[in-house]
Design a protein around this ligand. Structure first.
Ligand code: ADP
Length: 467
C-alpha cells in the first residue's frame, strides 16, 4: 500500500441531498497515488451517489472533490481528464464493434489523432480484447462487455479509475477474470471500486471505506478492520428461535457481555454473535441454556472474524444506534402523550403550546448548527485554497529559479567554451596558426590511436590465452 505517496483524491465534507433525504452525509477521505480502495456498503448506502460526485456526474449539495489537484466543480475539464469512469450496468453501444467503441471513447476523451491508433491498441491489449476487437459488442459475452466498458474507462490513460460494481451480473469465471484484470490495472492506476461483495473487496483492495446510510463508518485495511472488530472470546451461533427468546437470553448467560444479531437466513434461522469475558466457556453455556429456552441450535462455531464479520459488526452497530435513537424518540413521544392525557384542558393547551415552542427552538438550533458547520467548512476551504495557492506560488518560484540557474549555467558553459577555443588562437598570434591547429587537433587523435592499440594488444593477448 502506498502510504507515503502523494494524495491523488481528496474528498471533503461531501454531501448529497435529494429534497430532505440525505443520500450522502458529510463524508471526507483521501486516496493516495496507486492505491486500490474499495467502497463497501449495502444497497442504498450511498456508494453510487458518492462515485457520481467524484466523477463530476452529479453536483454535490455541499463539499468538494479534488482530483490530482483539480477541483471537480471548479476545474471540471482538467479534473475529469484524470478519471476513467465505469458506471454500474454499463451503457454500451451494442451495434458498434469493440474497437469502434474504444475509438469512439478516444474521440470523446480528446485523445490526439497522432496517438489514437497506438492508444486503442494498448487499451485493447491491456483489457484482453485484442482477439475480439472486430466483433459487435452485442455478440460478446457479459464478461467481455464488462471488459469493453473498462476499456472505455481506460482510454486516455487516466490516473484514476472509478469502477461502480464492476462484477455485478457476471458468472463466477468472469468474476475471477475481471478481478484479476482490476488487480493488474491497480499496478498502473489509482482505483476506487464499489462493491457490496465483501470477498471481492478483501481480495482486490488495499483499503476499505465502509459506508452506510450515507455516512462513513470505517476506513482501514481489511486486516485492520478484522482485527479491530475481533472480540477476544466470541462464537457465532445459528438458531431457530420461534418464540423470539434470544431477545432476553443475555441475562441468562452468566459472563456473556454481548449478544448481537448478525443476520436472518432464508430458511428462517438467525445468526448471532455471542461474546464473553476471556475465561468464560461460552459454548458450554450456550449448549446448556438455549435449548432450555426453546431455542434450537443449528450451528455453533468459533468466531474467526473475517472481513464479513467486521463489516456486519460495524454496519449493525450503527444500525442499532439509529434504531435505538428512533425508539427512544418514539418512547418519549408516547410518554408525553400519556402525560398530556392526564392534564386538564387548560394545562394541556398550555403544555402543547410549550411543546410547539420547544420544537420550533430545536429546529432553529439545528439550522444554526448546520450553519455553523457550513461556516467552519467554508473557512477550511478558504484555508485549503490559500495553502494550495502558496504551494503553487512556491512551485512556480522554484521552477523560475531553476530555469534561471540553468540558463546562467548554460551561459557560463558557452563562455568557457568560447574562452578555451579562443585562448590557443590568442597564444598562437604571430606563430604559425596552422601548426598550432594541427598539434591541438592531433593530440586526442593520438590518444585514441593509443587506446585502440592497447585494446588491440589486449584482445590479441586474450585470443592467444583462449587458445
Ligand atoms: P448504493 O449505490 O450504495 O446502492 P445509491 O447511492 O444508489 O446507493 O443511493 C443512496 C440513496 O439515495 C438510496 O436511498 C437511493 O434511493 C437514494 N437516491 C439515489 N438517487 C436518487 C435520486 N435521484 N433521487 C432520490 N433519491 C435518490
Amino acid at each position: 500500500m502506498n502510504l507515503e505517496g502523494k494524495t491523488l483524491i481528496e474528498i471533503k465534507h461531501l454531501t448529497k441531498k435529494y429534497g430532505n433525504f440525505v443520500a450522502v452525509d458529510d463524508i471526507s477521505f483521501t486516496v493516495k497515488d496507486h492505491e486500490v480502495v474499495g467502497f463497501l456498503g449495502p444497497n442504498g448506502a450511498g456508494k453510487s451517489t458518492t462515485m457520481n460526485m467524484i466523477t463530476g456526474f452529479i453536483e454535490p449539495s455541499k463539499g468538494r472533490v479534488i482530483v490530482n489537484g483539480y477541483d471537480i466543480s471548479r476545474n471540471p475539464i482538467k479534473a475529469k481528464r484524470q478519471i476513467g469512469y465505469m458506471p454500474e450496468g454499463t451503457p454500451l453501444y451494442k451495434d458498434l464493434t469493440v474497437k469502434e467503441f474504444v475509438s469512439y471513447m478516444a474521440d470523446l476523451k480528446g485523445v490526439k489523432r497522432k496517438n489514437k491508433k497506438e492508444e486503442i491498441k494498448n487499451v485493447l491489449e491491456e483489457t484482453g480484447l485484442t482477439d475480439v476487437q472486430n466483433k459487435l459488442i452485442r455478440n460478446v459475452s457479459r464478461g467481455y462487455k464488462q471488459r469493453v466498458s473498462m476499456a472505455g474507462a481506460l482510454v486516455g490513460n487516466p490516473e484514476v479509475l472509478i469502477l461502480d460494481e464492476p462484477t455485478v451480473g457476471l458468472d463466477p469465471k468472469q468474476i475471477a477474470e475481471i478481478r484479476a484484470l482490476i488487480k493488474q490495472l491497480g499496478k498502473k492506476h489509482t482505483v476506487i471500486l464499489s462493491s457490496h461483495i465483501l470477498s471481492e473487496v478483501s481480495q482486490i483492495c488495499e483499503r476499505v471505506v465502509i459506508i452506510n446510510h450515507g455516512k462513513i463508518l470505517a476506513v482501514d485495511t481489511p486486516e485492520n478492520l478484522e482485527k479491530a472488530t475481533k472480540k477476544e472470546n466470541s462464537i457465532i451461533v445459528t438458531v431457530e428461535d420461534k418464540k423470539n427468546n434470544m431477545k432476553n437470553i443475555k441475562s441468562k448467560l452468566k459472563g456473556v457481555n454481548e449478544v448481537t444479531k448478525i443476520k436472518s437466513n432464508e430458511d428462517g434461522t438467525v445468526q448471532y454473535k455471542i461474546s464473553a469475558n476471556k475465561n468464560v466457556d461460552i459454548r458450554k453455556k450456550v449448549f446448556d441454556v438455549l435449548p432450555k429456552n426453546d431455542i434450537s441450535i443449528f450451528e455453533l462455531k468459533k468466531n474467526e472474524n473475517t472481513l464479513e464479520d467486521a463489516f456486519l459488526t460495524i454496519v449493525n452497530t450503527k444500525d442499532n444506534e439509529i434504531k435505538n435513537e428512533e425508539n427512544a424518540k418514539i418512547k418519549e413521544e408516547e410518554e408525553r402523550k400519556v402525560e398530556l392525557s392526564k392534564m386538564n384542558k387548560k394545562e394541556r393547551k398550555e403544555a402543547i403550546k410549550e411543546d410547539k415552542k420547544k420544537e420550533k427552538q430545536e429546529k432553529k438550533d439545528e439550522i444554526n448548527q448546520e450553519w455553523e458547520k457550513d461556516i467552519e467548512i467554508a473557512k477550511e476551504e478558504k484555508e485549503y485554497d490559500k495553502q494550495k495557492k502558496l504551494e503553487n506560488k512556491e512551485k512556480k518560484k522554484s521552477a523560475k529559479i531553476q530555469k534561471a540557474s540553468e540558463k546562467s549555467a548554460k551561459k557560463t558553459v558557452a563562455k568557457t567554451t568560447a574562452k578555451t577555443t579562443k585562448k590557443p588562437a590568442a597564444k598562437t598570434t604571430g606563430t604559425k596558426t596552422t601548426g598550432t591547429k594541427k598539434s591541438t587537433t592531433k593530440k586526442p587523435a593520438t590518444k585514441k590511436t593509443a587506446t585502440k592499440k592497447t585494446t588491440a594488444k589486449k584482445s590479441k593477448a586474450k585470443k592467444g590465452g583462449n587458445k
